[in-house]
Design a protein. Structure first.
Length: 414
């Protein structure tokens, strides 16, 4: 299996666009800030200013423009990232027939914060609720808005898999292309805005970090470090255009990189505890589908949330899969936070940027690594040609995913 990646987009705390994200990763510049009341103690927040259009963006229907103007930053970021990837892939102008383009959005329960706001605002006077709210409260509204903005008329679906949603959405997009349902697929990772109750519940489970570093937020996220105390949320949207090799070649479109294989495995458990066996199974399945031995993998973008048990479990799974192979390992979450539903797509963008740029980004705040056997990147980026990479994504509910990426052949690269 080989599927082309012809477009990418991102909106993160680093700014709107893939370029500021790559600059943040190369420079090792943390985007963490202290949270406001009812927010997590530390988070990576989307920029406050409303984004303009990405360079070269297509004209958006007036109705969508008006809707976005009164929408919150999450929906604006989602559409912005999608448009950047769309333009990057040169899909505007009918390059691929609209009926042959699919749309997959990673995420679920995306409107909880908005629904809670409406419940509180209109308690005792429900008759005044806007008729638009029934539409705004549905996750599928994002699917409709993006498809209308870009004129996508092929298959569309939302994929929910907790923090593995991004990888699960990419896998679904690959399958749509592999079975010839579409020639190209725009995969979007949707931003997550946690409610105050979700923040407190995560803190009570011990999964949420940052409380001990609220006065020094850039030191708060510490994946694979002995001093880690939980994950730091990151508001972000990300986008990737997947395309069949014949479609990309037929329109003379160079590719950023390729998807070579993927793996997905359930742990058969309903609790929050991660599973070494299921994580290792997802990685070995991805390698097998990609036709790669562990020794051919140069780099792994770990799930690496900085949770106490999660990092220990993933470290053990990495040891089981790679043994003495020792690929470079880092965690993008250390710089832009855990984007939850969007994490897998955002980290896929980060992986491809490193494949194309010939570097591995540093690990944030890695003072005392939990495992000296792992080849964890140090405090500075390393110039290192990468040919093959894995990106892991694990979610509550025992969901485990891994995707194998390959550098595009030189003649086909951007």
């Amino acid at each position: 299996m080989k599927i082309a990646i012809t477009g990418m987009g991102a909106a993160t705390a680093a700014g709107y666009g893939v370029a500021p994200l790559v600059d943040t990763l190369r420079s090792g510049r943390s985007q963490m800030v202290a949270g406001a009341p009812l927010e997590p103690p530390v988070l990576a927040r989307l920029p406050d200013s409303k984004p303009g259009s990405p360079p070269g963006a297509v004209e958006v229907p007036a109705g969508v423009t008006r809707l976005l103007a009164r929408s919150g930053p999450e929906l604006q970021a989602l559409v912005w990232a999608g448009m950047e990837a769309w333009v990057d892939a040169s899909l505007h102008g009918g390059a691929v027939p609209p009926r042959r383009i699919g749309l997959v959005i990673a995420g679920h329960n995306l409107t909880q914060s908005r629904a809670l706001e409406v419940e509180l605002t209109y308690a005792g006077r429900r008759r005044y609720v806007s008729p638009r709210f029934v539409q705004e409260s549905l996750d599928s509204t994002a699917l409709g808005i993006v498809s209308e903005a870009l004129g996508i008329r092929g298959e569309g679906v939302l994929v929910g898999a907790a923090s593995a949603s991004g990888n699960a959405a990419l896998i679904h997009g690959c399958r749509m292309i592999a079975d010839s349902s579409v020639d190209a697929c725009l995969v979007l990772g949707a931003p997550t805005r946690l409610t105050a109750m979700q923040v407190q519940s995560l803190a009570n489970t011990g999964a949420l970090g940052g409380a001990t570093q609220a006065s020094n937020p850039r030191r708060a996220c510490r994946p694979f470090d002995e001093g880690r105390d939980g994950f730091i949320p990151g508001q972000a949207a990300a986008a990737m255009v997947l395309e069949s090799i014949p479609s990309a070649a037929g329109r003379g479109r160079p590719m950023h990189a390729t998807v070579l294989g993927y793996g997905s495995a359930l742990a058969a458990r309903s609790g929050l505890e991660p599973s070494v066996e299921a994580e290792a199974e997802a990685m070995t399945t991805a390698l097998a589908r990609a036709g790669l031995s562990p020794g051919r993998v140069d780099y792994v973008n770990a799930h690496g949330t900085a949770s106490r048990l999660g990092d220990e479990t993933e470290a053990e799974a990495l040891r089981r899969v790679f043994g003495a192979a020792r690929p470079w390992i880092n965690s993008t979450k250390g710089w832009v936070g855990h984007a939850i539903h969007a994490a897998g797509v955002l980290e896929a963008v980060a992986v491809v940027a490193q494949l194309c740029g010939g570097f591995v980004h540093p690990n944030a705040n890695l003072d005392r690594p939990i495992d000296s056997a792992l080849h964890l990147v140090g405090p500075e980026a390393i110039d290192q040609p990468i040919t093959h990479a894995l990106s892991n994504g694990f979610g509550f509910g025992g969901i485990n995913t891994s995707i194998a990426f390959g550098r595009a052949p030189r003649a086909e690269q951007r």
